[in-house]
Design a protein around this ligand. Sequence first.
Ligand SMILES: [Zn+2]
Length: 613
Amino acid sequence: MKIPEEKIEEIRSSADIVDVISGYVQLKKRGKNYIGLCPFHQEKTPSFTVSNEKQIFHCFGCHAGGNLFSFLMDYKNISFVEAVQEVAEHIGIQLTYEKTTETAEQTEQESLYEINVFAARYFSDILLKSDDGEVAREYFKKRNIKLQTQKIFGLGFALYGWDHFLTVAKENKIDLLKAKTLGLIDTRDDGGYYDKYRGRVIFPIFSPNGRVIAFGGRILENLENTAKYLNSPESLVYSKRKSLYGLYHSKEEIRKLDKAIVVEGYMDLISLYQHGVKNVVASSGTSFTDEQVQLLSRFTRNVILLFDADTAGQKASMRSIELLLKQDFEVKIASLPKGEDPDSFINNSSKDDFNTFINNAKNFLEYQTAQFEAAGMFEDPAKHTEAIRELVKSAALISDELKRNITIKSISRKFNLREKLIETELNKLLQFQKEKESRIIPQKEAINGTSSRFISAKENPYEKSLIRLLLGGDLKIAGYIFDNIIPEDFINPKFRSVAVVILENLKLGSVSPSLIIEKTEDEELKKMIFGFTFSDDSISKKWDDFMIDGGIEKDSFRYAVDTIINFKLYRIDEQIKLNNQRISKSDNETEHLELFKINKELAEEKKALSTRN
Ligand SMILES: [Zn+2]
């Protein structure tokens, strides 16, 4: 059963987000928007903002955001369909359903989920109910994991032997090929199947929405030639790079406290959770990926990395720190005393002790400095310089300028160095990064081969205005813009991908920010929409002026026309400049003639555009 797209669209466009959210949050009007205390994190001054005009909400404190459906999904922990049903009921629209016409991929995906759920139940039943599960029950008892906790995390046990799961799977007519894709069974040389998980305690891995996407299995006895951990392979429903163990269970608490503690292993996480520390995710022993950082950023941008004292963990943490800093996270590091892991630490102390320990976590700069100190780098003058250079390198990763400057100040204070000196070092690094990026962009352009006459890689100052206009939600304006330019015309890769998404939606007949937020998984794009909707920088003021003037449609359309002309003029100027540079650098006469000819055409184009302006 599925609610038809048109019906969802009807509900979306008839319902009012302010009306819906007012049922749960006290909202006050401020300017064009409504504000209130955020229901997703604890706060005393309101940073939860709802736009009546764009039909979206955003919290500046915890970065929660979305449209009316996602508000209900997050607030009440319900599915998309349930959220649509609730809104429909609220505004009195009769829902209709259609028989699901899912794509082949969706059907395939659903059947994989079903097999995973079947397997998870099977493993869990063995742990909780069967006689043979006793050894696993003993194991969890020894590790102080309560029955209730075992149930919450869906823990299980896979029996010793080669065909226990296989037999049950056959009896229940499970598609064995699919079970193999999911890594539950594998093929023998003679073509038959055998169980992959044998004699292991099982940790199901959930998606952020609570679906079983994979399994981790830890061996119970240290058998020779057997890996300690066995994990599901990548599949249509599971990508290791994109999933974080424990997030489904901890996301509410992470958002509420606006911080996440990152541990390495499943057991660390489960143990902390059981002791009431519920804002935890596990990186599963490896360093973070970009995708995991992006996933986490939906819930918080404050992270405390909790690591064992051993050096392996610390090496992995440096890579994670880099990725987190790049995505504007506030990063702290808590290093456990020698010989302790999170599991043993919390079992031997109290939740209060643990919280004190977490509150004393060092910021990455203090942490890195301590590491260098321990390595004796500050005693050797040559290494001293190298250490400071490393610290500045980390600081250069912070993309927020203000935060970066504060960090630089504290480096200079700590080492008694002139700020100027460190700034020079930093600027060298930043310049280097910039050059690296600008070298990448023209290459991309060349591959796309969009317009042979335009190869300029400099970002156009009108790009941002155009994106803002596109995100304004006006069909006529978006249509006009795409009549005149194509997404590939944008130099800034972020803007280019936004334009692609908007164009796709335009073809389907809508460019409402509320719809785009619902359809996209792209966190950057969402961030941009929130930024444009709720910020008050100069272009936005200009935009607001148009609104206040009353002549909304006519004036913003005029603004779009002007911006496109300016955009094109700027591109032409840049291109002429670039061609001139090429002429002065080249000795090839044919190339000269060709470039002169192009420049002449560009000049004519420019004249034609200017008279229109
Ligand atoms: Zn919030």
